[in-house]
Design a protein around this ligand. Structure first.
Ligand SMILES: [Zn+2]
Length: 442
């Protein structure tokens, strides 16, 4: 973050304190902090919106870069990408693509261009500590989410699936995006994650409890009514409850994913199998799956988001429930073995972070560390890039809209100064990010 924007946020805090001191109502402080935060958001990057001429969408031509398109295809050297408005219009080698005279040209010779990355598992509003949990508000949660979204934009992560957050905060962000109040990355939220009374996630700000199939149906309908297109379920649940949620999601045209396996000692490892039998599209994490479960996933085309780094961090801090470590054999070896088995079965995997509470400080680097972890476990750099782009879009059910550099797809791109196929060390540091056709230079 540039010093100027940090200063702005800092002076924002001072003003809030002063207002609080004079006893003004919190709403003024919130308005001021929102204004300063958003000013910082806009001023921190140089944006370059190509002018629309005579009502036609603006044209941009990105020239000379090596294109890594997110499909896994061989890189295309000296490529041309034509963007029209917020979509990619044409892609091809130099000399084969006609460059419109009126196009705004970006010379990216000697650089690499990739689709924007996708985080399939995040909780944008999660608190940073237990203390913050008790002192939290929807307003603060909204600003926390925006902070992370802005951080991700600079790093080339242009879309996230939020799998459980403060409902009002997330709705406010969606509405603010729609009205053009804020300019930020794409979010695909589930609203509250749905669990049973006492289940995993119960009592979290981003969760709701439901018991019995009809309550589960109603919970899905509530998320639908709140404007969400994705559903996240979390154990425990009976097959009837999970099935009710899946049926309801299908009827309403929503995507549905499930937290896989247990987390606390009360959650049976069979939950993942139940979720797959019920028909979810995706399993979050690689916890306690037997070969039969993995075979079922592969056969039904169920996706997986391993979130290895957040488990790695919790084992480092010895933070995972002792029962899981000692009695159920939880360790990175378990996650790694399951990763290799999933990879061998060609289960489509995506990058997810899930760093909540004190782990939130791992953003944004955790995203790129997760990519490096995939590589260490045997994937080629190209395969990992596909996980972060094309696979991410599939997991979100948006493979026709996002995630690859192909005509008709969203113009969400990042230009890198070094070859990501040689090293992931410079990921997260793009020179230029293009989001919905708008150009951000850092
Ligand atoms: Zn999570």
């Amino acid at each position: 973050m540039k010093i100027s924007s940090e200063l702005k946020i800092f002076s924002g805090r001072k003003i809030i304190k002063r207002l609080a001191g004079t006893g003004r109502v919190g709403i003024i402080a919130l308005a001021v902090s929102c204004f300063l935060f958003l000013s910082a958001l806009f001023l921190s990057a140089r944006t370059d919106k190509p002018q629309e001429k005579s009502g036609k969408p603006a044209l941009v031509a990105v020239l000379g870069a090596t294109i890594i398109d997110g499909t896994g295809r061989e890189p295309l050297p000296d490529g041309v990408i034509i963007i029209e408005g917020d979509k990619i219009k044409e892609v091809g080698p130099a000399g084969k693509v006609k460059i419109p005279k009126e196009a705004h040209k970006i010379d990216a010779s000697g650089k690499w261009i990739l689709p924007g990355f996708i985080d399939c598992h995040i909780h944008l509003t999660s608190e940073t500590s237990d203390l913050e949990y008790y002192r939290d508000s929807n307003s603060l949660a909204t600003l926390r989410a925006l902070q992370l979204m802005n951080m991700y934009l600079r790093c080339g992560v242009t879309a996230v699936r939020d799998v459980g957050s403060h409902l009002e905060a997330i709705r406010a962000i969606l509405q603010a995006q729609k009205k053009g109040y804020i300019d930020s990355i794409r979010i695909y939220p589930c609203g509250y994650l749905i669990t049973i009374t006492g289940g995993h996630g119960y009592g979290m700000h981003g969760s709701m409890a439901a018991d019995g199939p009809w309550e589960w149906r109603k919970a899905v309908r509530q998320m639908y009514a709140s404007g969400f297109k994705h559903i996240k379920i979390s154990p425990q649940f009976t097959l009837e409850e999970a099935r009710a949620a899946v049926e309801e999601a299908r009827m309403l045209g929503l995507h549905i994913t499930a937290h896989g396996g247990g987390f606390s000692d009360t959650i049976p490892p069979t939950m993942t199998k139940v979720a797959i039998q019920a028909g979810v599209e995706c399993i979050e994490h690689l916890n306690e799956m037997d070969d039969e479960t993995l075979d079922m996933m592969a056969e039904k085309g169920v996706y997986n988001v391993p979130t290895l780094m957040t488990y790695y961090a919790s084992y480092q801090r010895d933070d995972i429930n002792r029962f899981l470590i000692e009695k159920r054999g939880w360790s990175m070896a378990m996650h790694e073995t399951l990763f290799k088995k999933a990879y061998a079965r060609k289960i489509v995997m995506g990058i997810g972070t899930d760093a909540n509470g004190e782990y939130r400080e791992m953003y944004p680097q955790i995203y790129f560390d997760e990519m490096k972890y995939f590589q260490r476990l045997g994937m080629s750099p190209m395969e990992v890039i596909v996980c972060a782009t094309g696979n991410g879009a599939r997991i979100l059910g948006l493979e026709n809209e996002l995630g690859t550099i192909e005509p008709g797809k969203a113009a969400d791109l990042q230009i890198l100064k070094s070859d990501p196929l040689k090293s992931f060390d410079n990921l997260g540091n793009p020179e230029t990010v293009i989001l919905r056709g708008k150009i951000y230079k850092f």
